[in-house]
Ligand binder design. Structure first.
Ligand code: GNR
Ligand code: NI
Length: 171
């Protein structure tokens, strides 16, 4: 098991479109285990491989209170069922910032699990939000792309400044 480094906005690597996983092999299962450890340690309710600079379509999610219901999504896709919901979203790649984003309320998720078996699952509430947020990451999209340009540019400037200060303090 290993903790992975999480890329932060505006790192251009977060804009990479991830490639489909062809075979769910032990390499993918090791990545999944490391991503789960990294997500729980952060702590976060989801993590996309893009965020740890691995550009394959792999996502882990756990929206449970007890943090004991890990979901592994390989090559996830979804279809909108109905509705819209707003939520104050955050992101481990945009640390410290929260903005209201509108997403589909109910979706049908289709994905492959860690054993290579496909499954479908209807999702709503926070799970539906998280699935849409994570699949966005696999396509190089961040929650700040769903807010105004003014807000996005403000957050970018503050994070760039914070990253510079962090670099300085380390030398
Ligand atoms: O931990 C996270 N919380 C969260 C809150 C509202 C909407 C989405 C999320 S996902 C985020 C972890 C993360 O950045 N996943 O990509
Ligand atoms: Ni995120």
């Amino acid at each position: 098991m290993a903790l992975l480094d999480i890329l932060e906005f505006p790192d251009p690597r977060l804009r990479t479109k991830a490639k489909a996983v062809k075979n769910v092999n032990d390499g993918i299962r090791t990545l999944v285990d490391d991503m789960l450890e990294t997500m729980y340690e952060a702590p976060g309710i989801g993590l996309a491989a893009t965020q740890v600079n691995v550009h394959q379509r792999v996502v882990v999610i756990d929206v449970s209170e007890e943090k004991n219901q890990p979901l592994v999504l390989i090559n996830p896709t979804y279809e909108v069922i109905e509705g819209e919901q707003e939520y104050d979203e955050g992101c481990l790649s945009v640390p410290g910032y929260y903005e209201t984003v509108s997403r589909s309320e109910k979706i049908l998720l289709k994905a492959t699990d860690r054993d290579g078996n496909t499954f479908e699952m209807q999702c709503d509430e926070l799970l539906a939000i998280c699935v849409q947020h994570e699949i966005d990451h696999l396509n190089g999209i961040l929650f700040v792309d769903h807010i105004s340009k003014l807000k996005r540019e403000r957050i970018k400037a503050k994070l760039v400044k914070a990253h510079k200060a962090e670099l300085k303090s380390r030398r």
